[in-house]
Design a binder for this molecule. Structure first.
Ligand code: NDP
Ligand code: HSE
Length: 420
């Protein structure tokens, strides 16, 4: 019999304990051993978890318990979780985690510490979708050309409800929290950091690249207004928070931001808490993965799969999937100002003579070519200018926006969303 200790018996931890019990028949058949949860660790001992396992508030009750074979870290956070996971590995225990924030900062150190001890993290990216397994094992023969995905269930749920049902930002964020989708601090979700953590994990597996969240372009959905959502819908676009990794010769571009996507694109149709990831390999071509990106049971499904795998086959791969230095030593991160994209801009202006001439001069000065332009009346005799550009360079677009914001006939900072 294999004994598990769960550190963090919250949304996901509770589901892990329940799945191990509810599906014990198939789990033990697949693992070849019975798997039971011996104990769990929480902060607040007074909360009822509805589980018949020993609950404690001392992590060492699990870390120092010789009977426990596998430690499942589901407490979240970076620093404390790092200490806990490090000790578990040093005590010779296999570790399974869903903690992408921890991995975004410490994946290479943990790989070093783990050495031959199993360390698995399938649930850390895209919840229930086995994307780590697909990328690390199924696509290991390929050079990875790109990874583009919706990797935050909370944001996708929010954008879907705001677009389809006109629900307010605050109300729908609260609901995502209630449903167990959001991080303990939901600014990680809406600020794009959670998706960035996931992107960095995938980029390590795909490219061996060792970047931190601070190194890449991260924008969330906080500045996507209901006005822009309505215009996007009217013109046949959906707005999604995308995480993008793209290889271009010796550079890798890593970025997270909201994007306008044509409604007939497959990725634009991924709604609600669902996640979708497209991975393009040089030999396999495009592959697509779709499923629930957050929520207790979906996430726990991936955690339990890792547990079964460890029991069944021990350690089969190095944690990040490469045994010798990979492309990472040849690849560099593309600076975010060099990124190229099409852009949507909404500029609120006083509706008066000469405005368009002055604006178009600024576009020309910044080498930005306008693809389409439309004027819509707005409040107090102002107008919204809705502009889409041809492919432009990020640095030039940011400069243009700064210059436009300073014009006397412009009201507020122009809204900008990249078009994919
Ligand atoms: P919760 O906040 O629901 O659960 C966290 C649990 O950890 C709680 O039981 C909490 O105790 C316990 N805990 C927190 N800090 C400590 C501490 N210092 N000592 C002891 N116990 C502690 O989080 P989730 O279950 O939602 O998430 C867990 C992990 O899984 C996170 O890393 C998250 O990013 C990741 N994840 C979550 C997904 C989701 O859909 N929810 C999806 C994919 C990954 P108490 O209950 O007493 O507060
Ligand atoms: N908060 C995360 C999300 C959980 O909404 O996607 C899954 O990683």
């Amino acid at each position: 019999m294999i004994k598990i200790g769960i550190i963090g018996v919250g949304t996901v931890g509770t589901s892990v304990a329940n799945i191990l019990k509810d599906n014990a028949d198939v789990i033990s058949a697949r693992a070849g051993r019975d798997i039971v949860v011996k104990s769990g660790v929480v902060k607040n001992l007074n909360k009822d978890r509805g589980l018949d396992i020993k609950i404690t508030d001392n992590v060492d009750d699990i870390l120092d318990d010789d009977e426990i074979d596998i430690v499942v870290e589901l407490m979240g956070g970076v620093d404390e979780a790092f200490v806990v996971v490090k000790k578990a590995l040093q005590n010779g225990k296999a570790v399974v985690t869903a903690n992408k924030a921890l991995l975004a900062y410490h994946r290479y150190e943990l790989q070093e510490i783990a050495q031959d001890i199993a360390f698995e993290f399938e649930a850390s990216v895209a919840g229930g979708i086995p994307i780590i397994c697909a990328l690390r094992d199924g696509l290991s023969a390929n050079h990875i050309e790109s990874i583009v995905g919706i990797m935050n269930g909370t944001c996708n749920y929010m954008m879907t409800e705001m677009t389809n049902n006109g629900v307010s930002y605050d109300a729908i964020l609260q609901e995502a929290q209630y449903l167990g989708y959001a991080e303990a601090d939901p600014t990680f979700d809406v600020g794009g950091y959670d998706a960035a953590h996931k992107l960095l994990i995938l980029a390590s597996i795909a490219y061996g690249i060792d970047a931190k969240p601070e190194d890449i372009l991260i924008e969330g959905i906080e500045n996507v207004s209901s006005e822009d959502i309505a215009f996007a819908k009217e013109f046949g676009y959906a707005i999604k928070l995308l995480a993008i990794a793209k290889k271009d010769k010796n550079e890798v571009e890593l970025r997270v931001h909201a994007a306008l996507i044509k409604q007939d694109e497959m990725i634009a149709k991924i709604d609600g808490v669902m996640n979708g990831v497209s991975v393009v390999g040089d030999k396999v071509g495009e592959t697509l993965y779709y499923g629930a990106g957050a929520g207790g049971d979906a996430t726990a499904s991936a955690v339990v799969a890792n547990i079964i795998d460890i029991v069944r086959s021990g350690k089969s791969t190095p944690m990040l999937g490469f045994n010798r230095p990979m492309e990472g030593d040849k690849l560099t991160l593309k600076p975010s100002e060099k990124i190229e994209s099409k852009y949507y801009l909404r500029i609120n202006v006083n509706d008066e003579a000469g405005v368009l001439a002055k604006l178009s001069k600024l576009f020309e000065n910044n080498s930005i070519s306008i693809e389409t332009m439309l004027q819509r009346p707005s409040e107090n005799s102002s107008a919204n200018l809705l502009i889409s550009t041809h492919i432009a360079v990020e640095k030039n677009v940011k400069n243009l926006i700064n210059e436009i914001e300073r014009l006397v006939f412009v009201n507020g900072r122009p809204a900008m969303i990249r078009i994919i």
